[in-house]
Design a protein around this ligand. Structure first.
Ligand code: 2RA
Length: 336
């Protein structure tokens, strides 16, 4: 496969290259694209150096697959141009996620919706991905009525600038890099992305709308509070789920343990539960603190942790690409 990575120098782009290499993704030719100021810069992939090229050069090379992590406006402008030359684009921005003509995919949940005609495929928001992976096996069995989620999100979800802000603050540097309106070290910021007219943030509304679309079920009611914390290894989520049917806690554990992409870490007697420092650099979604909500019938509490740069972004995108290849849903650019 001729593969382009668009946004190759960012936190997610760098992780995409790492995941492609680790998974031995069948790359016959690698095309690296980044902003104009990075054109010509060399990036290493599997021991070989590649020069960053411009967007127009990359389109002219007609890659079979392009994995984008370059922001919404870049994606809105250039994803259709790649699609026009026969490239299948997997896009990590929010540009196409709620477009009814585009698929929003988490392979463990809804890869079956993909067809050969899908030329722009949306990769969901990181905090949504890890939640739906854990919701899916439970929804199939007990039918979810309502989800109440509160998140504890890593600064890596914002990007390099936010990591720099946290590190500088930890070194005592005042008036340094500012990715957030407030200090993040020794603080908690109950705002991720901008506020909307309804009082929710864009991140909260993404969790609500994307969950319905990925699960293919608008009857699931979701409400969210998304929060930034001074952590690096992954996003954590406290999730309260009300089901239509009653459940058995041992069976819940069993369903989650046998579901793809999930690791249950739930042994409170030995103080075992998921934490970002353990999820860091892992591809799985970790679930624990499973317990009945004693205040409501048929309701479960759980805690979900995953590396937001991996399953929440790069790994999910590469898994979509792998699925397309395995199911022969990606056409060669030569044919196009
Ligand atoms: C965040 N959800 O953590 C974003 C990244 N996609 O800010």
């Amino acid at each position: 496969m001729k593969v382009a990575v668009v946004g190759a120098t960012g936190l997610v782009g760098t992780k995409m290259l790492q995941v492609l290499a680790e998974r031995n993704f069948p790359v016959s030719e690698l095309i690296l694209v980044a902003s104009e100021k990075s054109v010509g810069k060399e990036i290493e992939f599997k021991g070989k150096k590649y020069k960053v090229v411009s967007m127009d050069n990359a389109i002219a090379m007609k890659p079979e697959i392009a994995i984008f992590s370059a922001g919404g406006s870049t994606s809105t402008e250039f994803a259709p141009k790649f699609a026009a030359v026969g490239t299948t684009v997997i896009d990590n921005s929010s540009a196409w996620r709620m477009d009814p003509t585009k698929k929003l995919v988490v392979p463990e949940v809804n890869a079956n919706v993909l067809t050969k005609e899908d030329k722009i495929i949306a990769n969901p928001n990181c905090s949504t991905i890890q939640m739906v992976v854990a919701l899916k096996p439970l929804h199939d069995k007990y039918q979810i009525k309502r989800v109440v989620v509160s998140t504890y999100q890593s600064v890596t979800g914002t990007g390099v600038k936010a990591v720099t802000q946290l590190m500088e603050e930890r070194q005592g540097i005042k008036d340094g890099t500012k990715a957030y309106p407030y200090e993040i070290d020794l603080n908690v910021i109950p705002q991720i992305d901008v506020f909307l007219d309804n009082g929710y943030t864009k991140e909260e509304m993404k969790m609500i709308k994307e969950t319905n679309k990925i699960m293919g079920d608008d009857s699931i009611k979701v409400t969210a509070t998304t929060v930034r914390i001074p952590v690096m290894g992954g996003h954590s989520e406290s999730v309260n789920i009300e089901f239509a049917k009653d459940f058995d806690l041992a069976e819940v554990k069993q369903l989650l343990s046998s579901a793809p992409g999930i690791v249950v870490v739930d042994d409170t007697a030995n103080l075992q539960y998921p934490m970002p420092k353990d999820a860091h650099e892992k591809d799985e979604v970790f679930v624990g603190r499973l317990r009945r909500d004693e205040s409501l019938p048929n309701t479960l509490n759980m805690w979900i942790v995953s590396d937001n740069l991996r399953k929440g972004a790069a790994t999910n995108a590469v898994q979509i690409a792998q699925y397309l290849i395995e199911h022969e849903l990606v056409s060669s650019a030569v044919e196009a």
